[in-house]
Design a protein around this ligand. Structure first.
Ligand code: GAL
Length: 331
């Protein structure tokens, strides 16, 4: 009798400990974030680590969408959304191994998405490889009616027969869209104009810094100037980021100028996100901190870009940031 009682008391104690422990974890993970801690594991509102590397961002209504690489369980591209850029909610896997037969052994990197007003479709461009090495060097295109719903994989190809590795998309104010990608074994950064439906490359416009060996492109326009940030080519190992500016996307582009420190604060560029508030437009640099040995240990950094004059872009280190999407200010 005594042992039975002791048994049930200790059982209740155990249950209590378990409840308080799990509710503690729950409460912690559900806490609303008020800042982004750079270089630390970045979790979504359920407390799960965000997997959206080499990613792109797109504002739809009140939401910022973040789409990026996911390399788990046959998923290629995952999608998150947030109203404040700090509290992210996982929404869907947009592209998986099952999306298309040609993705069975694929490796997808650096997905970016823009919206086509004419066709009312979200268009994704990305770097496509087949198998383990990087010899396919192709671009690929997918589309969807809904940014939160699976994309239809259209094709992988080499634009104008050029190799195509690290890449990005840029949609200009007049609706013209461009694709930039590293060609000729990463020696040249190519600039292509897209067709009106954004599903193909219409014209090869320029070879930026021929032989310059640049990758990880990220483009933004501020005032009268286009800025293009890139990294050098050292695989997963970070190197000195550089940027250039131009008054026309067609060029002439300035020389490449250093930005950040010699390792771009241990990161590689993936996107420049404008935060258009009612007081100011500020610009966030989003970089990946790769762990080449264990990809899933890779993290992110979000740093404010500052501009001393119209054509000078700077990137300084801060441990954490609190963007205010209403005002556009970044604290
Ligand atoms: C980086 C590139 C990444 C990935 C990696 C593989 O330079 O930016 O997207 O391809 O190389 O080594």
């Amino acid at each position: 009798m005594k042992t039975q009682k002791t048994h049930s008391i200790s059982k209740s104690i155990l249950l209590l400990i378990l409840i308080s422990f799990t509710s503690g974890i729950f409460a912690q993970s559900m806490e609303t974030k008020t800042s982004i801690l750079n270089g630390q594991d970045f979790t979504d509102i359920k407390g799960t680590v965000i997997t959206a590397h080499g990613g792109g961002f797109l504002k739809v209504g009140d939401y910022y969408y973040w789409l990026g690489e996911n390399r788990k369980n046959g998923v290629f591209v995952s999608c998150y959304r947030s109203k404040d850029l700090m509290n992210w909610e996982f929404r869907a896997d947009l592209l998986t191994r099952e999306s298309n037969p040609t993705l069975d052994r694929a490796n997808i990197e650096r997905p970016k998405v823009i919206y086509n007003e004419k066709t009312k479709k979200y268009i994704m461009w990305m770097h496509y490889e087949y198998g383990r090495d990087y010899s396919y060097a192709r671009a690929a295109v997918a589309f969807s009616d809904n940014i939160e719903k699976p994309f239809t994989f259209l094709k992988s190809f080499r634009p104008f027969e050029n190799m195509s590795r690290d890449c990005t998309l840029y949609k200009d104010e007049d609706g013209t869209a461009y694709f930039l990608s590293a060609a000729r074994e990463n020696y040249d950064m190519m600039l292509y104009r897209l067709t009106d439906d954004y599903l193909d490359a219409k014209e090869q416009i320029a070879t930026l810094w021929p032989g310059g060996h640049r990758e990880a492109p990220a483009m933004v326009k501020r005032g009268d100037y286009y800025f293009l940030m890139t990294s050098g080519c050292t695989g997963w190992t970070p190197n000195q980021g550089k940027y250039a500016y131009a008054k026309s996307i067609l060029g002439p582009w300035s020389d490449l100028k250093d930005i950040g420190n010699s390792t771009t604060y241990d990161s590689q560029s993936t996107f420049i996100l404008p935060i258009k508030g009612n007081k100011k437009i500020n610009y966030l640099y989003v970089g990946d901190r790769w762990d080449g040995k264990k990809y899933s240990n890779s993290t992110y950094i979000f740093l404010p870009l500052t501009f001393e004059n119209d054509s000078t872009m700077e990137l300084k280190w801060v441990d954490k940031i609190s963007p205010n999407v209403q005002t556009g200010m970044i604290d």
